[in-house]
Design a protein around this ligand. Structure first.
Ligand SMILES: [Zn+2]
Length: 313
């Protein structure tokens, strides 16, 4: 039995930033916290930590390398419980905590060097990408949440030429494409392109609580149709009350889409949550409380995400 969270953040910022960030981040999650949780729950844990793109701190391919080196050093300090998952063999292997690396934002990737950079991402161990993050970039229009003054007001969607090259390269290198943070039209445009696998790792349901980054029914249907994955996020901006989390789960069940949803917490980033969703244990207890078949609960806690990883890696 597992627990799988397909979007979280480990603190990979260089000293002394973690100490400053501590004031703002409610969860400073370390590998040891996940090891402890795995032991406490007697379940293996798989998380997909999002690697940062912070200009001046960790940016570009060198910033990515620094984060991965830092992470590997932390892994070496554990007692062999943590493993980076690169492929099917790793997924099925023995570990307490497995890490599937993803990259949040591709804005630094040079437009004229997409194939080479995607290949480099793959060789560094990245298995999924969020192409657009907060700011419009060379790939297309971002979702305005929070609004950035640099973002254009018109939703022009994806830059067709660049997006075609980018999606093709991700497909060839078996990287999943995460539509979280894209604008309404960018998301729609991406359905016309060919992918390896598609998902939204940290999102919510517009019909439960309407917020710019929530998924509308169109997107839920499209991702379900493509056998993708949707991670429901407990952050307050998506899920003001714990009961909204249950309502979002119920929404998928009512549509008959119980095989599409799972968890994407965004824990470790700048989020606030309602009390019942403050940490992993509370989140799991909360899911346990819903009157659903235990098999459906297991699908939400890990089975759907596991199937997605089996198909993707
Ligand atoms: Zn995000």
């Amino acid at each position: 039995m597992y627990i799988i969270d397909l979007h979280s953040h480990l603190n990979l910022l260089p000293f002394p930033i973690p100490f400053i960030m501590e004031k703002f981040f409610s969860h400073r999650l370390k590998l040891q916290d996940y090891i402890n949780l795995s032991k406490k729950l007697s379940r293996k844990i798989i998380i997909s930590p999002a690697l940062y793109n912070v200009p001046g701190i960790h940016f570009g391919i060198s910033g990515l390398r620094r984060q991965i080196d830092f992470l590997k050093k932390e892994i070496r300090q554990t007692e062999g419980e943590v493993k980076i998952i690169y492929d099917q063999k790793d997924l099925k292997s023995d570990f307490e905590v497995g890490l599937v690396l993803q990259l949040e934002s591709c804005r630094w990737i040079p437009e004229n060097n997409i194939d080479k950079t995607i290949l480099e991402l793959k060789s560094l161990g990245i298995r999924g990408v969020i192409p657009i993050h907060f700011k419009d970039n060379w790939l297309g229009k971002a979702c305005d949440m929070p609004p950035f003054p640099t973002n254009s007001k018109t939703d022009y969607g994806l830059n067709q030429t660049n997006a075609y090259k980018f999606f093709k390269s991700c497909k060839e290198n078996k990287l999943w494409i995460d539509l979280s943070h894209m604008s309404y039209k960018s998301i729609a445009d991406s359905y016309d392109l060919d992918h390896h696998t598609i998902c939204m790792t940290h999102t919510s349901v517009q019909d439960v609580f309407d917020t710019p980054r929530a998924m509308c029914l169109r997107d839920i249907k499209e991702i379900h149709k493509r056998k993708g994955f949707v991670g429901l996020c407990p952050a307050k901006r998506f899920t003001p009350k714990t009961k909204n989390y249950w309502e979002m789960i119920q929404y998928f069940i009512d549509l008959g889409y119980e095989d599409t949803l799972g968890i994407g917490t965004d824990y470790g980033s700048l989020i606030k949550t309602d009390k019942g969703l403050e940490d992993y244990e509370k989140l799991f207890m909360s899911i346990e409380k819903i009157s659903l078949d235990s098999e459906v609960k297991e699908k939400i806690l890990w089975k759907n995400a596991y199937r997605f990883l089996e198909k993707t890696l």
